[in-house]
Design a protein. Structure first.
Length: 264
């Protein structure tokens, strides 16, 4: 997706015109379902009638993992929005991948941006993938259902968005500003900061370029606030000792879902 492209025959800005979206769309990776996955609600399971979900696929029975009933949260909320049904359970599954990051780096596990669906949402969390990364340690994903019916997650569906980040300690401060300060910050002559606000720049330099469609990208991008960030990582050929050095078609997943794998 480009900043400008044809939309229904008209030249239009896309969400990449917003620097925040431009940066986010280049951050991290999506992990996709590598197979069709059945998600069965309790009453649809053979010979069972309970309030839990179970994950299943035809190729390997060891792929499922214990779920997270609402009791674990003291029944503080319903998993299903506006749902009054009996199912109050979040489901979890193992996956045939592992994330290893350099020392000092953890990983955000996030809802896949722009790939929301009608059946499930991804729970978000953080894992220290520089330490907890043996076998399938960090490959489990938790989902909460949006429906009380069984469904199938088809192969290729985005399951989670992962973004590594560096762990750092820093001091946060908080200040409560009044309305007078807010108004003073709108002018370069009365501002309390070292750089004029976007209000001020929007009335000066930005006004000169607004008529030029190629440059109508806002003062945040044009006036020096935003910094081009790239992808935050390089994608050179992985070293031979890295498991990712093996091509996908040559990977051996046999035994990856043995039933004696311990839960995290």
């Amino acid at each position: 997706m480009k900043i400008f492209q044809a939309v229904r025959g008209r030249r239009a800005q896309t969400i990449r015109a917003c620097p925040a979206m431009h940066d986010w769309l280049k951050s991290g990776w999506y992990i996709l379902a590598n197979r069709d996955m059945e998600i069965l609600v309790g009453q649809d399971r053979e010979g069972l009638a309970d309030e839990n979900y179970v994950t299943r696929d035809a190729s390997d029975s060891g792929y499922s993992s214990p779920s997270h009933p609402s009791d674990q949260f003291d029944n503080a909320f319903d998993y299903i929005k506006n749902g009054k049904g009996h199912v109050k359970d979040a489901f979890k599954m193992r996956n045939p991948w592992n994330i290893i990051t350099p020392a000092g780096y953890s990983t955000f596990y996030l809802e896949p941006f722009l790939f929301q669906n009608d059946y499930f949402a991804t729970w978000q969390g953080i894992i220290d993938t520089d330490r907890f990364n043996t076998n399938l340690d960090n490959s489990q994903i938790i989902f909460y259902p949006k429906t009380e019916e069984s469904f199938t997650i088809t192969k290729g569906t985005p399951l989670v968005q992962i973004i590594p980040y560096k762990r750092e300690e820093w001091t946060a401060t908080y200040q409560l500003k009044d309305a007078k300060t807010w108004h003073e910050n709108r002018s370069e002559y009365t501002t309390h900061t070292d750089m004029p606000s976007m209000d001020e720049q929007g009335r000066t330099e930005y006004d000169k370029v607004k008529k030029d469609e190629e440059k109508r990208l806002g003062p945040y991008r044009l006036e020096g606030y935003w910094e081009e960030k790239g992808q935050f990582f390089g994608e050179d050929e992985p070293p031979p000792e890295c498991p990712a050095h093996i091509k996908e078609e040559d990977m051996d997943y046999s035994g990856a879902f043995e039933s004696d794998i311990e839960d995290e």
